[in-house]
Design a protein around this ligand. Structure first.
Ligand code: SAM
Length: 340
């Protein structure tokens, strides 16, 4: 009986797994976390309902959605004279207009969700589920659709801003960028990480390097040079090549080509600093589920992959580097220093 109870509970949890995801989307769409934050303290259901950006509210339906969100620990329900809702540490990460926010990254996932219906196409391996669903590759799709590209850019920006705070702390405590004079953020998109590194380490001359259409959207910043280029062709010379969430987009063959181009760009005493996921499927570490989710995301969208330490080691050795060092940070990614 116990076993069956557990089995039923497990399956129901998975069957309604999408309910967590899409109720979270509803909270983001309605801006519930921002409303409570702006209010500056606990709010009753009625107060919250009056502040929603919609003309009429069915209070019973809204109550039921809030009940689900409280169950998800996105909001607390406290007694403060009457029942009132407050933010939790998780919903604080949904607030807009702040560095630490995962709201835009979540919104991108809902946009991409259709392709998940074609996951079985990945098993066949001839095409990505994204191509099966949309008829074009992920990269071509976002390059052509400006609105979708803005969504992608916002998602990467918000995710990177959050990781960058942890990354800077990790670099400061482990001395990873000590003595470095120049750094290029390859595939650095609009330069969020490069700007944060330039601010935290003002003695480093920083640049962001990306495809021309991406660099065209990167904001001007006196401390960060913007360089248009193709990492498969050549990367300008620098002490450190920095690459965040780039290699996970590519298969092993392309990663080796990119890694070799990075090696050509750095001196013997230079290094490559990769910020990417190191998969730990055996562990019950709190980020394992998110890492596996991102790994499926790569399989479905761009046909890339998240790699275990062993898989990273093979890539790094094949590309001709001598050694590497992994430093975990407070993020789903780790820092992987790679030495020529
Ligand atoms: C997943 S995004 C990561 C962006 C950024 N590093 C971050 O973490 O926010 C991958 C980036 O690689 C860039 N990219 C793709 N192909 C490239 C190429 N051939 N040369 C330079 N950059 C490229 C994309 O334009 C995109 O900005």
């Amino acid at each position: 009986m116990e076993e069956e109870r557990g089995a039923q509970a497990q399956l129901w949890k998975h069957i309604y797994g999408f309910a967590d995801s899409l109720t979270l989307k509803c909270a983001i769409d309605l801006g519930i976390a921002d409303i409570i934050h702006k209010h500056g303290g606990p709010m009753t259901l009625q107060e919250l309902a009056s502040a929603l950006p919609i003309p009429t509210v069915n209070i019973d339906h809204f109550y039921r959605i809030m009940r689900y969100l409280v169950h998800m620990k996105l909001f607390n329900l406290i007694i403060d004279g009457e029942k009132k809702y407050t933010l939790t540490p998780a919903s604080k990460l949904l607030l807009k207009d702040q560095d630490k926010s995962l709201a835009s990254f979540a919104l991108l996932q809902y946009y991409e969700m259709g392709a998940w219906n074609y996951l079985s196409a990945a098993v066949e391996g001839k095409t990505t589920p994204w191509e099966k669903f949309h008829g074009v590759s992920y990269r071509d799709y976002f390059e052509k659709d400006k609105k979708a590209n803005q969504l992608l850019s916002d998602a990467m920006t918000s995710h990177t801003s959050m990781v960058t705070a942890a990354l800077v702390r990790g670099c400061q405590s482990s001395g990873i960028l000590d003595g470095v004079r120049s750094l290029i953020d390859v595939g650095g998109s609009t330069g969020v990480a490069a700007r944060a590194i330039a601010k935290a380490f003002p003695y480093i001359k920083c640049a962001v390097f990306d495809l021309p259409h991406v660099i065209a959207t990167a904001p001007e910043c006196a401390e960060v040079e913007r360089i248009k280029g193709d990492m498969f062709a050549s990367i300008p010379k620098t002490d450190v090549v920095f690459m965040k969430s780039v290699l996970h987009d590519w298969d092993d063959e392309d990663c080796i080509k990119i890694l070799k181009k990075c090696k050509e760009a750095i001196p013997e005493n230079g290094k490559l600093v990769i910020v990417d996921i190191v998969m730990d499927v055996q562990s019950t570490y709190e980020f394992t589920g998110a890492r596996l989710g991102m790994e499926m995301d790569m399989l479905i969208t761009v046909g890339g992959k998240e790699r275990s330490e062993e898989e990273w080691r093979k890539l790094i050795e094949t590309a001709g580097y001598s050694r590497y060092k992994i430093t975990p940070i407070v993020a789903i990614e780790s820092i992987i220093e790679v030495f020529p």
